[in-house]
Write a protein that binds this ligand. Structure first.
Ligand SMILES: *Cc1c(COP(=O)(O)O)cnc(C)c1O
Length: 365
């Protein structure tokens, strides 16, 4: 079996033991060390660690002091956490369609979703490739919107040399399957000193110094035990990303030109960090996406459908007045055709060849 993802945190052992021996196991010096390393990866002065990526999104929106009815524009083709965070923070979600080329928000569709209640633009840098920030940033400026980047899948990705999480308020996930993991965890990145300060106070029950409360806060803290897991990975992030890139290139070289199969595009000016390697199974393919997925599973090739449906297209959101569904034909089509293949850094060249030949076999190519 070739798994779709592999977790490797073994070189964190010395740091984890250091935490255990220190007796400081909740938020302490290791979180600070992790934050400093993360801030430099994201190219910003501040990284605020929190207990997961969803919390990072919630806290970022909460810090903006929105009013009920204020709106966030995001993509319908994302993990459910993007939507759940908007709802938990009390805002209303609107959706603009995506581009089938990079799977991200299509800037041309965003203007049509702006209303006089829109306050936030929340692009998701899906699969590890950044959204078209060259056009989204001016759009946000034109409409007076704050950018919150859901960078959960894009640690280390860049757009014209600028890292994910440095264009707006950056929100990262450190969940077990993400490119960098602390088992569970999240990070908020910002260049805004006052915002970073507010998030740090909010994270710790609204407390600046012991029992001095400045706001109704929360417990959003990450632990030193978790931070210790992430530090060695941050140190070798470039190596890990290079391995993912090598694997993606091998897959694309092997799968390019197969009729009915579209390999993922890397757009000019963008450094893709390959959280997922996602192909499209077109209408002209000899099999459907679901048939391909089943056949690959049979052959022992891990694969994943991220995501089978649009995020708002579930009964639990149907009657929610904070969820404003819209017509998004491109995202609808992509949700029917997208399939992710293994691209994680542990793949061997032999496994890459097996993945390529198995897919080609199912396509009869
Ligand atoms: C993983 C993920 C999140 C949520 O992160 P958690 O750490 O699991 O809470 C949010 N958005 C996207 C796009 C994700 O992939």
């Amino acid at each position: 079996m070739i798994p779709i993802t592999v977790v490797d945190v073994q070189d964190a052992e010395p740091l984890v033991l250091e935490v255990l021996r220190s007796g400081v196991i909740a938020q302490g010096p290791m979180v600070k060390r992790f934050e400093d390393a993360f801030a430099s990866v994201a190219g910003v002065p501040h990284a605020v660690a929190v207990n997961n990526g969803t919390t990072a999104l919630v806290a970022s929106i909460q810090a903006l002091d929105l009013q009920p009815g204020d709106e966030v524009i995001t993509t319908p083709f994302t993990f459910v956490a993007t939507l759940n965070a908007i709802l938990e923070a009390g805002a209303t979600a609107r959706f603009a369609d995506i581009s089938a080329v990079d799977f991200n928000l299509d800037p041309e569709k965003v203007s049509g979703a702006v209303t006089d209640r829109t306050k936030v633009l929340m692009p998701v840098h899906l699969y590890g490739q950044m959204a078209d920030m060259g056009r989204l940033v001016p759009l946000a400026q034109q409409h007076g919107l704050t950018i919150v980047e859901d960078s959960a899948q894009a640690v280390g990705a860049t757009f014209e040399g600028k890292p994910a999480g440095s264009f707006g308020i950056g929100c990262f996930s450190l969940y077990a399957t993400k490119n960098i993991t602390t088992a569970e965890g999240g990070v908020i990145t910002t260049s805004d000193d006052a915002l970073a300060d507010k998030l740090r106070v909010m994270r710790n029950q609204g407390m600046r110094a012991r029992y001095q409360y400045e706001m109704a806060g929360h417990n959003y803290r990450l632990t030193d035990l978790h931070a210790a897991l992430g530090i060695p990975q941050l140190e070798k992030l470039q190596q890990l990303t290079d391995a993912r890139r090598h694997n993606a290139e091998a897959l694309s070289k092997g799968l390019d030109g197969v009729t009915g199969l579209t390999v993922p595009a890397v757009l000019p000016g963008r450094e893709h960090v390959w959280h997922q390697y996602t192909i499209l199974v077109g209408d002209d393919a000899p099999v459907t996406r679901d048939e391909l997925a089943a056949k690959l599973t049979e052959k022992g090739i891990g694969n994943g459908i991220y995501y089978p449906k649009l995020v708002f297209d579930y009964d639990c959101y149907r009657d929610n007045p904070q969820v404003i569904a819209s017509d998004v034909p491109v995202a609808q089509k992509v949700a029917e055709q997208a399939l992710s293949l293994p691209v994680h850094p542990k793949l061997t060249d032999a496994e890459l060849e097996t993945i390529v030949s198995s897919v080609r076999e199912v396509f009869g190519a």
